[in-house]
Write a protein of this length. Structure first.
Length: 221
């Protein structure tokens, strides 16, 4: 069974107060998207890597690859208006049905090969794999003009890569986009298919702010 990963890299750099799109921001000397691709390249002897980028950023990415002598093989696909559309475009590049497909955030560059392998293996055995980590801080739910405490043990923070058998994820994405789709798991569940949770990694953080970037620099060092 072959392995494929769709790396969704459509973030902006606005929250960095930067003109550089988020996935191109340097992390310890190289664009974070390159670190993300490297992790998947190191995970398996052979994996098909598909990177989904906004059309107007593809040329810039190709220039960055030249500047950094980045030669890990990957296919570039144009993204869509929503993440749903971008992932759907990526899925169209995976003709195989007997395979496992992962979808990962381009802005999670600290993903480890160990977690990647566990996620793909879990999906191969269970049909899907959604990495999650426990909530460590107190939670409150807003109610009207007030709020109430909730049991944090009943909640989990969701990460990527979210991995699925091809027939599961392809069937789910035959539907039309809905605003309730916050990730691939919600798309699959909307197709009346339950998803399987697995242990994630607390260090597999998503870079969305400058403070996230500073933390990632420290973790890498």
């Amino acid at each position: 069974m072959s392995n494929h990963v769709i790396i969704a890299a459509g973030g902006s750099g606005s929250r960095f107060s930067s003109d550089v799109s988020k996935q191109f921001v340097n992390l310890a000397g190289k664009p974070m998207l390159m670190r993300t691709i490297e992790a998947f390249h190191q995970s398996f002897e052979k994996i098909n890597i598909i990177v989904v980028l906004p059309t107007d950023q593809i040329q810039h990415w190709e220039s960055l690859c030249e500047d950094h002598n980045f030669d890990i093989e990957h296919k570039i696909v144009s993204g869509g208006l929503q993440r749903f559309d971008s992932v759907k475009n990526g899925l169209a590049e995976v003709p195989a049905r007997d395979c496992t497909i992962g979808i990962h955030d381009g802005a999670r560059p600290l993903i480890t090969p160990e977690l990647i392998r566990r996620a793909f293996e879990h999906a191969s055995e269970n049909g899907s794999a959604i990495p999650v980590v426990p909530v460590t801080e107190s939670l409150r739910q807003l109610e009207g003009g007030g709020s109430r405490t909730v049991n944090r043990d009943e909640f989990r923070l969701v990460q990527t890569p979210q991995c699925f058998k091809a027939e599961v994820i392809k069937a789910a994405f035959e539907t039309e986009y809905d605003a309730s789709f916050t990730d691939e798991a919600t798309v699959v569940e909307a197709n009346n298919t339950p998803v399987s949770l697995m242990d994630g990694d607390p260090q597999n953080i998503k870079i969305t702010t400058q403070s996230d970037l500073e933390l990632a620099e420290k973790l890498l060092s």
